[in-house]
Design a protein around this ligand. Structure first.
Ligand code: NAD
Length: 442
């Protein structure tokens, strides 16, 4: 199918989508308001870390099938389909989603489009947004334009973004007319041919599927972490508990790892936005449990900080602490609302000397918190450390054995914030090692 596609917003979601659309054979232009980002992307350079994406980007920038611009004029009447992938961060003044970017992007297109075009929302939005945007489009559209709207939420995971886009678990299309559905079926023909489950539904359901999925995942993590609070108090093995629970196919083992909690640019802001939206709808109690989910999650960070104090015999001021991992998860350079970075900053503010090392996240973390010390590699971070913290489970850290650190550290103390190290092995080597969910008697 020959189709011209624009992708508005070229962040994690947008660039991935644009490059994958080019890989599927479409002509694609990515649009962003950030000229530096557009300049880098036009040169085939990805401004963030995502496995497999740099290759796709280079390939299709070189082939000419994938271009980037800051100029809406260039795409508005050129593309048949416009995907909206701009940010929907938490508002500065509350828990709701900041819809300025989505509204601006849709208005920019609506005023410029002539003839037929389909606008497809991919950003994660409060339920009711698509219906509201339809009114916004009608108010801004030129008389010669025939614009339809669809909602196609995005489920990609950072670190697996390309695979998740090329072979998604499912496709959800919120559509209100057959032509839009047919266009989207055409765009996703190869995934559909591979028997990807397709859910065609209304706007509200499509919007809700995404926030419901994130609310469920966040709840699952906080659920196991609430049990971690119990085993931390009275004893028990949280990993064995999770394994035993996970064997029940109705529960499943994924997202049941006790640890420092969730973060990133999606789960925290999405559960807050969902609470804010349901309150707006008059459903003040409906999502009340998500406030608990959020609180349990934030308590994990306090737990690690408290543990650091105890393990250092309350002599944290001036202690040298190595923080391994600062991104919110491995295989990503994203530090948005990262528990690891938050813990590093809290320890620094409490007076510790903090040395951070992350395989990909140092640069982004340093932009946010330049006062922490960022080490170029693991040996520099752990040199003369009084305490080591493993906070993001990069493969490089999962593979650590005591002998890797022993010649370097000042003291054999480690907090395993992701329960990925073999406790017996470290204890046998004379380390004080404390994991999440582990009872620790100082
Ligand atoms: P991001 O911050 O990386 O990218 C957003 C981009 O939009 C930025 O480059 C910004 O400059 C651009 N932008 C803002 N206003 C614009 C405008 N008016 N016109 C053109 N561009 C504009 O964000 P992201 O992580 O890619 O997330 C985007 C959306 O996708 C959010 O709603 C998020 O919740 C959702 N989402 C993200 C992921 C993920 O893993 N990152 C997964 C699924 C869904």
């Amino acid at each position: 199918m020959s189709m011209k596609i624009s992708v508005v917003g070229t962040g994690y979601l947008g660039v991935t989508h644009a490059a994958c659309m080019a890989e599927l054979g479409f002509e694609v232009i990515g649009v962003d308001v950030d000229p530096a980002k557009i300049e880098a992307l036009s040169a085939g350079l990805l401004p963030f870390h995502e496995p497999g994406l740099p290759e796709l980007l280079r390939k299709h920038v070189a082939s000419g099938r994938l271009r980037f611009t800051t100029d809406y004029e260039q795409v508005s009447s050129w593309a048949d389909v416009h995907f909206i992938g701009v940010g929907t961060p938490q508002r500065a003044d509350g828990h709701g989603a900041d819809m300025r970017y989505v509204d601006a992007a849709v208005a920019e297109l609506a005023t410029r489009i002539r003839g037929k075009a389909l606008i497809v929302g991919k950003s994660t939005v409060p339920v009711g947004t698509a219906r509201r945007l339809r009114t916004l489009i009608a108010a801004n559209a030129h008389p010669d334009a025939e614009i339809t709207l669809a909602w196609n939420p995005e489920f990609l995971r950072e670190g697996f973004a390309v695979a998740d886009t090329m072979t998604p678990d499912r496709l959800v299309l919120g559509v209100e007319d057959e032509t839009s559905e047919a266009l989207l079926r055409g765009i996703y023909a190869s995934a559909l041919a591979a028997a990807t489950p397709l859910i065609v539904t209304d706007f509200e359901t499509a919007e809700l599927v995404k926030v419901a999925a994130n609310a469920f995942l966040a709840t699952k993590i906080s659920f196991i972490n609430s049990f971690a609070e119990i085993t931390e108090t009275i004893g028990g093995d949280i990993t064995v508990l999770a394994d035993a629970l996970g064997h029940d196919a109705r529960i499943g083992r994924k997202f049941l790892n006790a640890g420092v909690g969730f973060g990133g640019g999606c789960l925290p802001k999405d559960i807050r936005a969902l609470q804010a939206r349901t309150s707006e709808l008059g459903l003040t109690h409906t999502m009340g449990f998500l406030a608990e989910v959020d609180e349990i999650n934030l308590r994990r960070r306090e737990r690690v900080v408290r543990l650091a104090h105890t393990m250092l015999n309350e002599k944290l001021v001036g202690a040298r602490i190595a923080v391994l991992g600062v991104t919110f998860k491995p295989d990503s350079d994203d530090v948005r609302d990262s528990p690891a970075l938050d813990i590093a900053v809290r320890l620094f503010n409490a007076g510790a000397e903090v040395l951070v090392y992350d395989p990909k996240g140092n640069k982004n973390a340093a932009e946010r918190f330049p006062r922490l010390h960022y080490a170029k590699d693991l040996p520099e971070a752990v040199a003369q450390a009084d305490l080591v913290l493993l906070l993001t489970e990069w493969a490089e850290f999962r593979a650590l054995v005591p002998a890797d650190l022993e010649p370097l550290v000042a003291e054999r103390r480690i907090i395993d914030g992701r329960n990925v190290l073999s406790r017996g092995q470290w204890e046998a080597a004379g380390w004080e090692i404390v994991g999440m969910g582990q009872h620790h008697a100082p």
